[in-house]
Design a protein around this ligand. Structure first.
Ligand SMILES: Cc1cc2nc3c(=O)[nH]c(=O)nc-3n(C[C@H](O)[C@H](O)[C@H](O)COP(=O)(O)OP(=O)(O)OC[C@H]3O[C@@H](n4cnc5c(N)ncnc54)[C@H](O)[C@@H]3O)c2cc1C
Ligand code: SF4
Length: 453
Protein backbone atom coordinates (compact mmCIF):
# COMPACT_ATOMS: atom_id res chain seq x y z
CA UNK A 1 0.00 0.00 0.00
CA UNK A 2 1.37 3.36 -0.92
CA UNK A 3 2.18 6.04 1.62
CA UNK A 4 2.54 8.66 -1.09
CA UNK A 5 0.62 11.88 -0.72
CA UNK A 6 -2.53 11.66 -2.75
CA UNK A 7 -5.65 13.61 -3.40
CA UNK A 8 -7.28 12.52 -0.16
CA UNK A 9 -4.23 12.86 2.03
CA UNK A 10 -6.28 14.49 4.78
CA UNK A 11 -8.02 11.16 5.37
CA UNK A 12 -4.72 9.36 5.91
CA UNK A 13 -3.12 12.05 8.04
CA UNK A 14 -5.88 12.31 10.61
CA UNK A 15 -4.78 10.85 13.93
CA UNK A 16 -6.80 8.26 15.79
CA UNK A 17 -9.36 9.78 18.13
CA UNK A 18 -7.83 8.56 21.39
CA UNK A 19 -4.12 8.55 20.48
CA UNK A 20 -1.52 6.01 21.61
CA UNK A 21 0.19 5.41 24.99
CA UNK A 22 3.81 6.01 25.89
CA UNK A 23 5.38 3.10 27.85
CA UNK A 24 5.02 5.04 31.14
CA UNK A 25 1.36 5.76 30.45
CA UNK A 26 0.68 2.14 29.50
CA UNK A 27 2.32 0.81 32.68
CA UNK A 28 0.44 3.36 34.81
CA UNK A 29 -2.86 2.33 33.21
CA UNK A 30 -2.03 -1.37 33.66
CA UNK A 31 -1.40 -0.77 37.38
CA UNK A 32 -5.03 0.35 37.83
CA UNK A 33 -6.23 -3.24 37.17
CA UNK A 34 -7.88 -4.81 40.23
CA UNK A 35 -6.91 -8.37 39.20
CA UNK A 36 -10.44 -9.59 39.88
CA UNK A 37 -10.78 -13.25 40.90
CA UNK A 38 -13.46 -13.78 38.27
CA UNK A 39 -12.49 -11.31 35.54
CA UNK A 40 -15.69 -10.08 33.88
CA UNK A 41 -13.65 -8.46 31.08
CA UNK A 42 -12.68 -11.94 29.80
CA UNK A 43 -16.31 -13.00 29.80
CA UNK A 44 -17.18 -9.98 27.68
CA UNK A 45 -14.48 -10.73 25.10
CA UNK A 46 -15.67 -13.04 22.28
CA UNK A 47 -12.25 -14.74 22.22
CA UNK A 48 -11.80 -14.93 25.99
CA UNK A 49 -8.58 -12.93 25.71
CA UNK A 50 -6.11 -13.39 28.59
CA UNK A 51 -6.77 -9.81 29.69
CA UNK A 52 -5.79 -9.80 33.39
CA UNK A 53 -2.67 -11.87 32.61
CA UNK A 54 -1.40 -9.55 29.87
CA UNK A 55 -2.22 -6.45 31.90
CA UNK A 56 -0.40 -7.89 34.93
CA UNK A 57 2.70 -8.65 32.81
CA UNK A 58 2.59 -5.12 31.39
CA UNK A 59 2.27 -3.61 34.87
CA UNK A 60 5.51 -5.44 35.74
CA UNK A 61 7.14 -4.01 32.60
CA UNK A 62 7.29 -7.41 30.90
CA UNK A 63 6.22 -6.66 27.33
CA UNK A 64 7.29 -10.06 25.98
CA UNK A 65 5.11 -11.97 28.42
CA UNK A 66 2.22 -9.55 27.82
CA UNK A 67 2.51 -10.20 24.06
CA UNK A 68 2.60 -13.96 24.62
CA UNK A 69 -0.68 -13.83 26.53
CA UNK A 70 -2.35 -11.68 23.89
CA UNK A 71 -1.20 -13.74 20.91
CA UNK A 72 -2.30 -16.90 22.65
CA UNK A 73 -5.93 -16.04 21.90
CA UNK A 74 -5.67 -13.56 19.03
CA UNK A 75 -3.97 -13.30 15.64
CA UNK A 76 -4.92 -9.65 15.08
CA UNK A 77 -4.68 -7.85 18.45
CA UNK A 78 -3.33 -4.61 16.99
CA UNK A 79 -6.48 -4.44 14.84
CA UNK A 80 -9.00 -5.70 17.44
CA UNK A 81 -7.53 -3.34 20.05
CA UNK A 82 -8.52 -0.51 17.73
CA UNK A 83 -11.84 -1.48 16.18
CA UNK A 84 -13.56 -3.97 18.53
CA UNK A 85 -16.86 -2.64 19.89
CA UNK A 86 -15.20 -2.68 23.30
CA UNK A 87 -17.90 -0.78 25.16
CA UNK A 88 -20.18 -3.77 24.51
CA UNK A 89 -17.44 -6.33 25.14
CA UNK A 90 -14.34 -6.36 27.40
CA UNK A 91 -14.42 -2.74 28.60
CA UNK A 92 -18.18 -2.72 29.07
CA UNK A 93 -17.74 -5.56 31.57
CA UNK A 94 -14.78 -4.11 33.53
CA UNK A 95 -15.68 -3.75 37.21
CA UNK A 96 -13.81 -0.43 37.49
CA UNK A 97 -16.27 0.99 34.98
CA UNK A 98 -19.20 0.42 37.35
CA UNK A 99 -17.97 3.15 39.70
CA UNK A 100 -15.62 5.19 37.55
CA UNK A 101 -13.39 4.70 34.52
CA UNK A 102 -13.07 1.21 33.03
CA UNK A 103 -9.61 -0.12 32.17
CA UNK A 104 -8.54 0.96 28.66
CA UNK A 105 -8.18 -2.68 27.58
CA UNK A 106 -8.21 -2.12 23.82
CA UNK A 107 -5.66 0.67 24.01
CA UNK A 108 -3.36 -1.49 26.16
CA UNK A 109 -3.84 -4.47 23.85
CA UNK A 110 -2.85 -2.50 20.78
CA UNK A 111 0.07 -0.92 22.66
CA UNK A 112 1.50 -4.37 23.40
CA UNK A 113 0.71 -5.69 19.90
CA UNK A 114 2.28 -2.66 18.18
CA UNK A 115 5.47 -3.14 20.21
CA UNK A 116 5.48 -6.88 19.57
CA UNK A 117 5.18 -6.40 15.81
CA UNK A 118 7.43 -3.35 15.38
CA UNK A 119 10.00 -4.26 18.02
CA UNK A 120 10.50 -7.82 16.86
CA UNK A 121 9.30 -9.19 20.23
CA UNK A 122 7.00 -11.59 18.44
CA UNK A 123 8.92 -14.57 17.08
CA UNK A 124 8.16 -15.24 13.42
CA UNK A 125 7.48 -18.91 12.76
CA UNK A 126 8.41 -19.69 9.16
CA UNK A 127 6.24 -22.53 7.87
CA UNK A 128 8.13 -25.65 6.84
CA UNK A 129 5.26 -26.32 4.38
CA UNK A 130 5.38 -30.03 5.15
CA UNK A 131 1.81 -30.60 6.40
CA UNK A 132 -0.08 -30.02 3.15
CA UNK A 133 -1.42 -27.25 0.94
CA UNK A 134 -4.33 -24.91 1.64
CA UNK A 135 -5.89 -22.22 -0.58
CA UNK A 136 -7.76 -19.38 1.10
CA UNK A 137 -10.22 -17.30 -0.93
CA UNK A 138 -10.29 -13.67 0.21
CA UNK A 139 -7.82 -11.79 2.40
CA UNK A 140 -10.12 -10.41 5.10
CA UNK A 141 -9.63 -11.03 8.83
CA UNK A 142 -11.18 -14.53 8.68
CA UNK A 143 -8.66 -15.70 6.07
CA UNK A 144 -5.74 -13.81 7.62
CA UNK A 145 -6.34 -15.52 10.96
CA UNK A 146 -6.74 -18.93 9.31
CA UNK A 147 -3.57 -18.35 7.26
CA UNK A 148 -1.61 -17.48 10.40
CA UNK A 149 -2.66 -20.62 12.26
CA UNK A 150 -2.17 -22.90 9.25
CA UNK A 151 1.32 -21.55 8.54
CA UNK A 152 2.15 -22.09 12.22
CA UNK A 153 1.10 -25.74 11.70
CA UNK A 154 3.57 -26.07 8.78
CA UNK A 155 1.09 -25.81 5.89
CA UNK A 156 1.88 -24.23 2.54
CA UNK A 157 -0.75 -21.47 2.43
CA UNK A 158 -1.83 -19.40 -0.58
CA UNK A 159 -4.37 -16.57 -0.29
CA UNK A 160 -6.23 -15.47 -3.44
CA UNK A 161 -7.59 -11.93 -3.09
CA UNK A 162 -9.72 -10.20 -5.70
CA UNK A 163 -8.57 -6.64 -4.87
CA UNK A 164 -5.09 -5.15 -4.84
CA UNK A 165 -4.87 -5.00 -1.01
CA UNK A 166 -5.09 -7.22 2.07
CA UNK A 167 -7.65 -6.76 4.85
CA UNK A 168 -11.10 -7.00 3.23
CA UNK A 169 -13.43 -4.63 5.05
CA UNK A 170 -10.57 -3.53 7.30
CA UNK A 171 -9.12 -1.82 4.24
CA UNK A 172 -12.11 -1.13 2.02
CA UNK A 173 -14.79 -0.54 4.68
CA UNK A 174 -13.40 0.91 7.91
CA UNK A 175 -12.18 4.44 7.14
CA UNK A 176 -8.56 5.46 7.61
CA UNK A 177 -9.44 7.92 10.37
CA UNK A 178 -10.41 4.86 12.47
CA UNK A 179 -7.84 2.34 11.23
CA UNK A 180 -4.68 3.29 9.39
CA UNK A 181 -4.20 1.14 6.32
CA UNK A 182 -0.49 0.71 7.09
CA UNK A 183 -1.50 -1.40 10.11
CA UNK A 184 -3.26 -3.89 7.86
CA UNK A 185 -0.25 -4.09 5.55
CA UNK A 186 1.90 -4.78 8.61
CA UNK A 187 -0.28 -7.84 9.36
CA UNK A 188 -0.04 -9.01 5.74
CA UNK A 189 3.75 -8.53 5.80
CA UNK A 190 3.90 -10.67 8.94
CA UNK A 191 1.96 -13.45 7.20
CA UNK A 192 4.28 -13.28 4.22
CA UNK A 193 7.29 -13.56 6.54
CA UNK A 194 5.67 -16.74 7.90
CA UNK A 195 5.76 -18.09 4.35
CA UNK A 196 2.17 -17.32 3.30
CA UNK A 197 1.75 -16.38 -0.37
CA UNK A 198 -0.81 -13.68 -1.15
CA UNK A 199 -1.92 -13.46 -4.78
CA UNK A 200 -3.73 -10.15 -5.32
CA UNK A 201 -6.07 -9.12 -8.16
CA UNK A 202 -7.30 -12.71 -8.47
CA UNK A 203 -11.02 -13.24 -8.14
CA UNK A 204 -11.89 -16.89 -7.72
CA UNK A 205 -14.87 -17.68 -9.91
CA UNK A 206 -13.81 -15.05 -12.46
CA UNK A 207 -9.99 -14.88 -12.91
CA UNK A 208 -9.43 -18.45 -11.76
CA UNK A 209 -11.91 -21.30 -11.43
CA UNK A 210 -12.98 -22.67 -8.09
CA UNK A 211 -12.71 -26.22 -9.44
CA UNK A 212 -9.05 -25.68 -10.35
CA UNK A 213 -8.04 -24.61 -6.85
CA UNK A 214 -10.03 -27.50 -5.37
CA UNK A 215 -7.94 -29.84 -7.55
CA UNK A 216 -4.62 -28.14 -6.76
CA UNK A 217 -4.87 -27.90 -2.93
CA UNK A 218 -5.53 -30.37 -0.10
CA UNK A 219 -8.16 -28.03 1.35
CA UNK A 220 -9.85 -24.77 0.37
CA UNK A 221 -11.14 -22.06 2.72
CA UNK A 222 -13.82 -19.56 1.64
CA UNK A 223 -13.51 -16.24 3.46
CA UNK A 224 -15.13 -13.93 0.94
CA UNK A 225 -17.26 -11.85 3.32
CA UNK A 226 -20.62 -10.38 2.33
CA UNK A 227 -20.24 -7.24 0.29
CA UNK A 228 -23.37 -6.96 -1.86
CA UNK A 229 -25.55 -4.12 -0.60
CA UNK A 230 -29.26 -4.33 0.05
CA UNK A 231 -31.07 -1.63 -1.91
CA UNK A 232 -33.07 1.00 -0.03
CA UNK A 233 -36.28 -0.85 -0.79
CA UNK A 234 -38.42 2.28 -1.18
CA UNK A 235 -40.13 3.76 -4.26
CA UNK A 236 -37.80 5.21 -6.91
CA UNK A 237 -34.63 3.95 -5.17
CA UNK A 238 -32.78 3.29 -8.46
CA UNK A 239 -32.68 6.96 -9.49
CA UNK A 240 -29.28 8.56 -10.17
CA UNK A 241 -27.64 9.86 -6.97
CA UNK A 242 -28.53 6.89 -4.74
CA UNK A 243 -25.23 5.40 -3.63
CA UNK A 244 -24.37 2.22 -1.71
CA UNK A 245 -22.32 2.87 1.46
CA UNK A 246 -19.75 0.07 1.04
CA UNK A 247 -19.25 0.93 -2.61
CA UNK A 248 -18.65 4.57 -1.65
CA UNK A 249 -16.16 3.62 1.10
CA UNK A 250 -14.45 1.20 -1.29
CA UNK A 251 -14.06 3.97 -3.87
CA UNK A 252 -12.65 6.36 -1.26
CA UNK A 253 -10.01 3.72 -0.44
CA UNK A 254 -9.21 3.41 -4.13
CA UNK A 255 -8.65 7.17 -4.27
CA UNK A 256 -6.36 6.93 -1.25
CA UNK A 257 -4.43 4.19 -3.02
CA UNK A 258 -4.12 6.28 -6.16
CA UNK A 259 -6.28 3.82 -8.12
CA UNK A 260 -9.06 6.38 -8.75
CA UNK A 261 -9.50 10.14 -8.59
CA UNK A 262 -11.60 12.31 -6.28
CA UNK A 263 -13.61 13.41 -9.32
CA UNK A 264 -14.74 9.80 -9.84
CA UNK A 265 -16.29 9.57 -6.37
CA UNK A 266 -20.10 9.53 -6.28
CA UNK A 267 -20.05 12.19 -3.52
CA UNK A 268 -18.54 15.59 -4.27
CA UNK A 269 -17.74 18.71 -2.24
CA UNK A 270 -20.83 20.84 -1.72
CA UNK A 271 -23.28 17.91 -1.94
CA UNK A 272 -26.21 17.68 0.45
CA UNK A 273 -26.08 14.04 1.51
CA UNK A 274 -28.62 11.89 3.34
CA UNK A 275 -27.42 8.64 4.87
CA UNK A 276 -30.11 6.02 5.52
CA UNK A 277 -29.21 3.58 8.29
CA UNK A 278 -27.88 3.75 11.83
CA UNK A 279 -25.24 1.02 12.15
CA UNK A 280 -21.48 1.51 12.14
CA UNK A 281 -21.39 1.41 8.32
CA UNK A 282 -23.85 4.34 8.19
CA UNK A 283 -21.75 6.31 10.68
CA UNK A 284 -18.51 5.56 8.76
CA UNK A 285 -20.11 6.59 5.46
CA UNK A 286 -21.51 9.78 6.98
CA UNK A 287 -18.22 10.79 8.61
CA UNK A 288 -16.34 10.01 5.39
CA UNK A 289 -18.77 12.03 3.26
CA UNK A 290 -18.39 14.92 5.70
CA UNK A 291 -14.63 14.90 5.12
CA UNK A 292 -15.34 15.52 1.45
CA UNK A 293 -16.78 18.89 2.52
CA UNK A 294 -20.45 18.02 2.23
CA UNK A 295 -23.50 18.52 4.47
CA UNK A 296 -24.55 15.17 5.90
CA UNK A 297 -27.75 14.13 7.64
CA UNK A 298 -28.55 10.65 8.89
CA UNK A 299 -32.26 9.86 8.56
CA UNK A 300 -33.31 7.04 10.88
CA UNK A 301 -36.71 5.52 11.45
CA UNK A 302 -36.42 4.87 15.18
CA UNK A 303 -35.13 6.69 18.30
CA UNK A 304 -31.48 7.50 19.16
CA UNK A 305 -31.38 4.67 21.72
CA UNK A 306 -32.41 2.13 19.04
CA UNK A 307 -29.43 2.84 16.76
CA UNK A 308 -27.19 -0.17 16.09
CA UNK A 309 -23.98 1.87 16.17
CA UNK A 310 -22.11 2.28 19.44
CA UNK A 311 -23.01 5.31 21.58
CA UNK A 312 -19.41 6.49 21.13
CA UNK A 313 -19.78 6.36 17.33
CA UNK A 314 -22.95 8.46 17.56
CA UNK A 315 -21.13 11.01 19.71
CA UNK A 316 -18.14 11.13 17.35
CA UNK A 317 -20.41 11.65 14.34
CA UNK A 318 -22.21 14.50 16.09
CA UNK A 319 -18.89 16.05 17.10
CA UNK A 320 -17.78 15.88 13.44
CA UNK A 321 -20.91 17.78 12.40
CA UNK A 322 -23.19 15.01 11.10
CA UNK A 323 -26.87 15.98 11.54
CA UNK A 324 -29.51 13.44 12.65
CA UNK A 325 -33.22 13.18 11.99
CA UNK A 326 -34.95 10.46 14.02
CA UNK A 327 -38.41 8.85 13.94
CA UNK A 328 -38.47 9.15 10.13
CA UNK A 329 -39.02 5.99 8.03
CA UNK A 330 -37.91 6.45 4.40
CA UNK A 331 -40.83 6.04 2.01
CA UNK A 332 -39.60 7.20 -1.43
CA UNK A 333 -36.71 8.86 -3.21
CA UNK A 334 -37.85 12.17 -4.65
CA UNK A 335 -36.54 13.18 -8.12
CA UNK A 336 -37.00 12.15 -11.74
CA UNK A 337 -33.54 12.17 -13.36
CA UNK A 338 -31.61 12.69 -10.16
CA UNK A 339 -32.14 12.62 -6.40
CA UNK A 340 -33.88 15.72 -5.07
CA UNK A 341 -34.71 14.45 -1.61
CA UNK A 342 -36.05 11.69 0.58
CA UNK A 343 -39.69 11.37 1.50
CA UNK A 344 -40.25 9.98 4.99
CA UNK A 345 -43.14 9.14 7.27
CA UNK A 346 -42.93 10.09 10.93
CA UNK A 347 -43.01 7.14 13.35
CA UNK A 348 -44.01 6.71 16.96
CA UNK A 349 -41.59 4.30 18.65
CA UNK A 350 -42.90 2.01 21.39
CA UNK A 351 -40.82 0.83 24.35
CA UNK A 352 -40.03 -2.48 22.58
CA UNK A 353 -38.80 -0.48 19.50
CA UNK A 354 -41.95 -1.27 17.46
CA UNK A 355 -42.65 1.47 14.91
CA UNK A 356 -46.13 2.93 14.62
CA UNK A 357 -46.64 5.00 11.42
CA UNK A 358 -48.27 8.36 12.12
CA UNK A 359 -49.48 9.23 8.58
CA UNK A 360 -47.44 12.45 8.78
CA UNK A 361 -45.11 12.77 5.75
CA UNK A 362 -42.26 15.12 4.95
CA UNK A 363 -39.29 15.49 2.58
CA UNK A 364 -35.62 16.05 3.44
CA UNK A 365 -34.00 17.82 0.48
CA UNK A 366 -30.70 16.33 -0.77
CA UNK A 367 -28.90 15.61 -4.05
CA UNK A 368 -27.24 12.36 -2.84
CA UNK A 369 -28.53 9.49 -0.73
CA UNK A 370 -26.20 6.89 0.75
CA UNK A 371 -27.94 3.59 1.51
CA UNK A 372 -26.33 1.90 4.53
CA UNK A 373 -28.89 -0.67 5.48
CA UNK A 374 -26.84 -3.85 5.30
CA UNK A 375 -25.04 -6.33 3.10
CA UNK A 376 -25.54 -9.80 1.73
CA UNK A 377 -23.32 -12.36 -0.02
CA UNK A 378 -22.39 -12.06 -3.68
CA UNK A 379 -24.85 -14.74 -4.77
CA UNK A 380 -23.38 -15.48 -8.24
CA UNK A 381 -20.01 -16.31 -6.72
CA UNK A 382 -21.40 -18.46 -3.91
CA UNK A 383 -23.65 -20.37 -6.31
CA UNK A 384 -20.62 -20.94 -8.54
CA UNK A 385 -18.73 -22.52 -5.64
CA UNK A 386 -21.47 -25.16 -5.46
CA UNK A 387 -21.51 -25.38 -1.67
CA UNK A 388 -24.76 -25.54 0.27
CA UNK A 389 -26.03 -22.12 1.35
CA UNK A 390 -29.20 -20.69 2.83
CA UNK A 391 -31.69 -18.62 0.78
CA UNK A 392 -29.69 -15.40 1.24
CA UNK A 393 -26.43 -17.05 0.16
CA UNK A 394 -24.79 -17.57 3.56
CA UNK A 395 -22.74 -20.76 3.48
CA UNK A 396 -23.77 -23.63 5.76
CA UNK A 397 -20.92 -25.26 7.72
CA UNK A 398 -20.48 -28.24 10.06
CA UNK A 399 -19.26 -28.48 13.63
CA UNK A 400 -17.00 -31.49 12.87
CA UNK A 401 -14.59 -30.87 11.31
CA UNK A 402 -15.26 -27.28 12.26
CA UNK A 403 -16.17 -25.03 9.35
CA UNK A 404 -16.47 -27.71 6.64
CA UNK A 405 -19.11 -26.99 4.00
CA UNK A 406 -21.25 -29.52 2.12
CA UNK A 407 -18.16 -30.23 -0.05
CA UNK A 408 -15.45 -32.39 1.53
CA UNK A 409 -12.25 -30.40 2.00
CA UNK A 410 -13.95 -27.03 1.42
CA UNK A 411 -14.29 -24.85 4.51
CA UNK A 412 -15.79 -21.42 5.16
CA UNK A 413 -15.89 -18.83 7.96
CA UNK A 414 -16.39 -15.15 8.70
CA UNK A 415 -19.16 -12.88 7.44
CA UNK A 416 -19.99 -15.31 4.61
CA UNK A 417 -21.13 -17.82 7.24
CA UNK A 418 -22.36 -15.87 10.26
CA UNK A 419 -23.61 -12.70 8.42
CA UNK A 420 -21.84 -9.33 8.66
CA UNK A 421 -20.61 -8.96 12.23
CA UNK A 422 -17.25 -7.95 13.71
CA UNK A 423 -13.55 -8.38 13.04
CA UNK A 424 -13.00 -10.32 16.25
CA UNK A 425 -15.74 -12.82 15.34
CA UNK A 426 -14.41 -13.28 11.79
CA UNK A 427 -10.94 -13.85 13.26
CA UNK A 428 -12.20 -16.31 15.88
CA UNK A 429 -14.13 -18.30 13.29
CA UNK A 430 -11.20 -18.25 10.84
CA UNK A 431 -8.99 -19.75 13.55
CA UNK A 432 -11.54 -22.43 14.42
CA UNK A 433 -11.91 -23.35 10.75
CA UNK A 434 -8.10 -23.55 10.47
CA UNK A 435 -8.17 -26.13 13.27
CA UNK A 436 -10.93 -27.97 11.34
CA UNK A 437 -8.80 -27.95 8.18
CA UNK A 438 -5.82 -29.36 10.08
CA UNK A 439 -8.03 -32.11 11.54
CA UNK A 440 -9.45 -32.91 8.07
CA UNK A 441 -6.08 -33.10 6.31
CA UNK A 442 -4.54 -35.22 9.07
CA UNK A 443 -7.50 -37.64 8.96
CA UNK A 444 -7.24 -37.80 5.17
CA UNK A 445 -3.55 -38.69 5.41
CA UNK A 446 -4.30 -41.48 7.91
CA UNK A 447 -7.03 -42.89 5.62
CA UNK A 448 -4.66 -42.79 2.65
CA UNK A 449 -2.01 -44.67 4.64
CA UNK A 450 -4.56 -47.26 5.78
CA UNK A 451 -5.79 -47.77 2.21
CA UNK A 452 -2.22 -48.22 0.95
CA UNK A 453 -2.01 -51.03 3.50
C1 LIG B 1 -17.81 0.25 6.87
C2 LIG B 1 -17.58 -0.88 7.81
C3 LIG B 1 -17.17 -0.62 9.11
C4 LIG B 1 -16.93 -1.67 9.99
N1 LIG B 1 -16.50 -1.36 11.24
C5 LIG B 1 -16.20 -2.36 12.09
C6 LIG B 1 -15.68 -2.07 13.38
O1 LIG B 1 -15.49 -0.92 13.77
N2 LIG B 1 -15.39 -3.12 14.21
C7 LIG B 1 -15.57 -4.41 13.83
O2 LIG B 1 -15.25 -5.31 14.61
N3 LIG B 1 -16.07 -4.71 12.62
C8 LIG B 1 -16.38 -3.72 11.74
N4 LIG B 1 -16.89 -4.01 10.50
C9 LIG B 1 -17.15 -5.43 10.16
C10 LIG B 1 -15.87 -6.19 9.79
O3 LIG B 1 -15.04 -5.40 8.98
C11 LIG B 1 -16.25 -7.49 9.10
O4 LIG B 1 -17.13 -8.21 9.95
C12 LIG B 1 -15.02 -8.36 8.80
O5 LIG B 1 -14.10 -7.65 8.01
C13 LIG B 1 -15.44 -9.65 8.09
O6 LIG B 1 -14.29 -10.38 7.77
P1 LIG B 1 -14.27 -11.49 6.62
O7 LIG B 1 -12.86 -11.94 6.55
O8 LIG B 1 -15.33 -12.47 6.87
O9 LIG B 1 -14.69 -10.74 5.27
P2 LIG B 1 -14.17 -9.41 4.57
O10 LIG B 1 -13.49 -8.49 5.50
O11 LIG B 1 -15.35 -8.89 3.83
O12 LIG B 1 -13.09 -9.93 3.53
C14 LIG B 1 -13.44 -10.71 2.42
C15 LIG B 1 -12.34 -10.60 1.37
O13 LIG B 1 -12.61 -11.53 0.33
C16 LIG B 1 -12.33 -10.92 -0.92
N5 LIG B 1 -13.11 -11.65 -1.93
C17 LIG B 1 -14.46 -11.67 -2.08
N6 LIG B 1 -14.81 -12.50 -3.08
C18 LIG B 1 -13.65 -13.03 -3.57
C19 LIG B 1 -13.35 -13.96 -4.60
N7 LIG B 1 -14.33 -14.53 -5.32
N8 LIG B 1 -12.05 -14.26 -4.85
C20 LIG B 1 -11.05 -13.70 -4.12
N9 LIG B 1 -11.29 -12.80 -3.12
C21 LIG B 1 -12.57 -12.49 -2.84
C22 LIG B 1 -12.76 -9.48 -0.72
O14 LIG B 1 -12.15 -8.62 -1.66
C23 LIG B 1 -12.27 -9.23 0.71
O15 LIG B 1 -10.93 -8.80 0.69
C24 LIG B 1 -17.13 -3.01 9.58
C25 LIG B 1 -17.56 -3.27 8.28
C26 LIG B 1 -17.78 -2.24 7.40
C27 LIG B 1 -18.25 -2.53 6.02
S1 SF4 C 1 -10.28 -8.83 21.35
FE1 SF4 C 1 -11.70 -7.09 21.46
S2 SF4 C 1 -13.13 -7.64 23.10
FE2 SF4 C 1 -11.33 -8.99 23.31
S3 SF4 C 1 -9.94 -7.92 24.76
FE3 SF4 C 1 -9.35 -7.28 22.69
S4 SF4 C 1 -10.51 -5.37 22.33
FE4 SF4 C 1 -11.49 -6.43 24.05
Amino acid sequence: MTNEKNQLAYFAEETLTDGDYTLQEAVAEAKRCLNCKVPQCRKGCPINNEIPQFIHALAEGNLGEAAEHIYHQSDLPAICGRVCPREKQCEGNCILGKKGKHMEIGKLERFVADHALDGGILPIHVSKKTSGTVALIGCGPASMAAAHDLAAKEYAVTIFESTSQPGGMLTYGIPTFRLHKDLICREADFLQKMGVTIQYNTKIGADMSFEDICKDFDAVFIGVGASDAWSLGVDNDAVDGVVDAEQFLHQVTQVQLGEATVEELPIQAGDKVIVVGAGNVAIDAARTALRLKTDVEIVYRRAPKNMKCLPSEYEEAKADGVQFQFYSAPRAVVGTDHVEGLQYEKQKILEDATMVPTGEFGVVPANKIIAAIGNKPELDIITGFGVEANGDGYIKTKEIPYGMTSKAGVFAAGDIVHKPATVVLAMREGRKAAAGIDEYIRAKRVMEEVQKG
